[in-house]
Design a protein. Structure first.
Length: 262
């Protein structure tokens, strides 16, 4: 079971398949198994890509600190360290939800390491640290509650159930949310500055969301602001049900086939 260390934090990763490198970063409260294996993504992509799969810190088999300072931009740095550990100069990226935000941060701050990007279930937005802290409150309250039955907010209740089903550490997940809030201004900068960076993006970008995804607002924003970016919506799918959907798999596989021939 391979691990690497970043400043004393043990990070679990796996490698599957053959072909151009594709780094896959899972969603919040998920892990390699839940996000990628049980949804058939590994089976779909491993014949044509060398899949580099990471359990983000705080998730899966990686270390699970409960200090918010251990998350945020450190989760981006883990990806860079993994690439260095495996002697990968540049790679294709596929991030889902939280993994999409990490991937997007790398696209903004480490563009020389990125060949192409798939953003699944993630649309960037203009949000300050204070706004993110406020929007996180229902989830933090849900993860702090004695039991899921005491959670009133329906979306937060759904995430609490999901987190329990994956065996996640609830205190750690609170730290992950708080860590992103601490660093959000530094990771994503102001929206006006972000839009200027969008115009300079030269690598292929694909965004895919479910039409019923309550966590994404302006679903076409990536395609509107990044030159040449593609956008797909999978009808009738929400943030969870889209992951195993064959149409999602087909779109990403076709995009990677195109990118890998460039």
């Amino acid at each position: 079971m391979p691990f690497f260390e970043n400043e004393g934090v043990k990070i679990h990763y796996e490698i599957e398949g053959n072909g151009p490198d594709l780094i896959m970063i899972h969603g919040f409260a998920a892990n390699i198994e839940i996000n990628w294996r049980l949804t058939n993504w590994i089976k779909t992509l491993k014949d044509s890509n060398r899949l580099i799969l990471i359990d983000c810190r705080g998730h899966g088999k990686s270390d699970k600190a409960t200090d918010a300072a251990q998350y945020g931009k450190k989760m981006m740095n883990d990806i860079v360290k993994l690439m260095d550990h495996l002697s990968i100069e540049k790679a294709n990226f596929f991030g889902y939800s939280m993994g999409g935000s990490i991937t997007f941060g790398l696209l903004l701050h480490e563009p020389n390491r990125v060949k192409s990007v798939v953003l699944g279930g993630f649309i960037p937005s203009q949000i300050s640290r204070e706004q993110l802290e406020q929007s996180n409150k229902p989830m933090i309250n849900a993860f702090s509650a004695e039991s899921v039955e005491k959670v009133k907010d329906p979306l937060a209740r759904q995430f609490r159930k999901f987190a329990e089903s994956t065996g996640a550490n609830l205190k750690t997940l609170i730290a992950v949310m708080e860590g992103f809030a601490l660093d959000v201004d530094e990771i994503f900068t102001s929206f006006s500055e972000m839009k200027l960076k969008f115009k300079k993006i030269k690598v292929p970008v694909l965004s895919v969301v479910g039409s019923d995804d309550a966590l994404t607002t302006n679903k076409t924003l990536v395609a509107e602001l990044i030159p040449g970016a593609c956008h797909f919506q999978i009808q009738g799918k929400d943030h969870i049900s889209i992951l195993p959907d064959p149409k999602f798999h087909m779109v990403v596989k076709a995009f990677l086939k195109f990118v890998n021939k460039m």
